[in-house]
Design a protein around this ligand. Structure first.
Ligand SMILES: [Zn+2]
Length: 57
């Protein structure tokens, strides 16, 4: 069972439902996740939806 998030798809040029294909086990919001558009099936790496106020590396 995959998580679904509404993300902007660069292929569809609209916001679509995206499946999260790969998600890091640790909740590090610096990490990227692999999303797949449920409309065009295009996969793309995007950052999580957390605000990037924390710049600790
Ligand atoms: Zn798409």
């Amino acid at each position: 069972m995959n998580d679904i998030e509404i993300r902007f798809c660069e292929n569809c040029m609209v916001r679509t439902k995206h499946e999260i294909v790969i998600q890091p086990e640790l909740l590090t919001y610096k990490r990227k996740r692999l999303y797949r558009c449920t409309v065009c099936k295009k996969e793309s790496w995007k950052r999580g939806l957390r605000p990037s106020s924390e710049a600790v590396y």
